[in-house]
Design a protein around this ligand. Structure first.
Ligand code: GLC
Length: 398
């Protein structure tokens, strides 16, 4: 019997969180040999060669540039033109799905899910939504939330969610067909990091965006710097989805706050993971609830202490049974801070820096927890199960 053919769709070929998760998952599934995996992206970009490099056949079916790159807010506002190009794109997508002879279609992003919702049934295929985003109004514009929730109920056969926090944003009818698969990390992510203790660097790592909280990070850094002359700071990452103004704003903010000489802005780096491993402390400062937060799992895996915003999927990562206790608090695995609360973030960072032994003990516990909960093998097993459940019975791998 032949292997089930699975076609994964994503609207972007840039390395956002969901795309990184896809790359890691794809590599593990490819190695397991249980599916014949293909990826179809709606734009060209770095993900194409990265997927191809791990042996995954990857194609590009270009959608108009403005639909691919627009932020969700702007896409909604500037609707008509994007709607027109989207309509032209649909028949091409239906043909591509048919031509791939896929048994199952996976949508790995919100935009690709909108297209899968229409194109998969037209092509006579079942589809699975791999949901990396919380369908909630504190995260997406309200009309989009409504549309997406409705789609979740009537569209996909199965929904794979990246956290319980994401799961909770689904309507109950959609929750019934959901499976949880935390984004996992490859074995090399679990090698222990070594850090410079004399000149500790506190860093925020990831895409530059107002939703990731680099502004809050810089403000908190200013308060921490005032009480600690040795500590330095790093903003690791660049703007990906049209947020270059915000990046420029951050650089001038560091000047205004008087900490320009204490902060390094690396811009986009190919070895973000190496930078992460050198940090004394990883700060995750998202003011909006993060659906999962892979960078936190990465820090945990490397044994780097973490201070993070207690919202969305983050408390689940750092403290499985935790509840909000105050403006900031420690768990057995890290330090949690009320999201968007700059003074508390500064206090929490200073607290973690002042007692490196306690921070190391939490980081070691976090490393063990991550090795039990966030391996890519675990993710691949959960996702394979969900895909198999969605496949026509005669094709499911037993
Ligand atoms: C998205 C989410 C992020 C998550 C990633 C992988 O980028 O915003 O929280 O870690 O997907 O699921």
């Amino acid at each position: 019997m032949r292997l089930p053919r699975v076609l994964v769709l994503d609207h972007t070929a840039r390395e956002g969180g969901a795309e990184l998760a896809l790359l890691r998952l794809g590599e593990a599934l490819q190695a397991s040999g249980s599916f014949e995996l293909r990826v179809l992206l709606f734009a060209d970009g770095p993900l194409v060669s990265r997927l191809s490099a791990v042996g995954i056949r990857t194609g590009v079916l270009p959608l108009a540039g403005d639909v691919v790159t627009a932020s969700r807010e702007r896409l909604l506002a500037g609707g008509v033109r994007s709607a027109a190009s989207a309509v032209g794109f649909l028949p091409r997508l239906v043909r591509a799905i048919r031509g791939s002879e896929a048994d199952l279609v996976i949508a790995n992003s919100l935009k690709s899910a909108v297209f899968a919702f229409v194109a998969a049934p037209l092509a006579g295929r079942r589809w699975v939504w791999h949901l990396h985003d919380r369908l909630a109004r504190d995260y997406l514009p309200a009309p989009l939330v409504l549309i997406m929730r409705l789609m979740a109920v009537i569209g996909p056969r199965t929904i794979v969610v990246n956290s319980r926090a994401t799961l909770q944003t689904l309507p109950s009818l959609a929750r019934r067909k959901a499976a949880l698969a935390y984004p996992g990390l490859p074995p090399e992510a679990f090698a222990q990091a070594s850090r410079d203790r004399a000149e500790p660097v506190v860093g925020i790592v990831g895409r530059i965006s107002p939703t990731k909280g680099q502004r809050e990070f810089l403000r908190a850094a200013t308060l921490v710097a005032a009480g600690n002359e040795h500590v330095r700071f790093a903003v690791v990452g660049g703007a990906l989805f049209g947020e270059h103004e915000y990046e420029a704003e951050l650089r001038s903010l560091a000047g205004q706050l008087g900490i320009a000489d204490r902060v390094e802005f690396t811009g986009w780096v190919s070895d973000a993971h190496a930078r992460l491993r050198g940090l004394a402390l990883l700060v995750h400062a998202s003011p909006v609830p993060e659906p999962f937060g892979q960078v936190i799992a990465e820090a945990m895996a490397a044994g780097v202490p973490v201070v993070a915003s207690a919202a969305g999927g983050v408390p689940e990562i750092l403290d499985e049974h935790g509840r909000a206790e105050g403006p900031w608090w420690t768990t057995s695995l890290g330090v949690l801070v009320r999201a968007g609360d700059v003074p508390s973030l500064a206090e929490a960072i200073a607290f973690a820096l002042d007692d490196p032994q306690a921070a190391d003990a939490r980081a070691e516990a976090a490393r063990i927890a991550a090795s039990e909960r966030f391996t890519i093998a675990e993710t691949a097993a959960a996702v394979s199960g969900a895909w198999n459940g969605a496949l026509p019975r005669r094709l499911a791998v037993r």
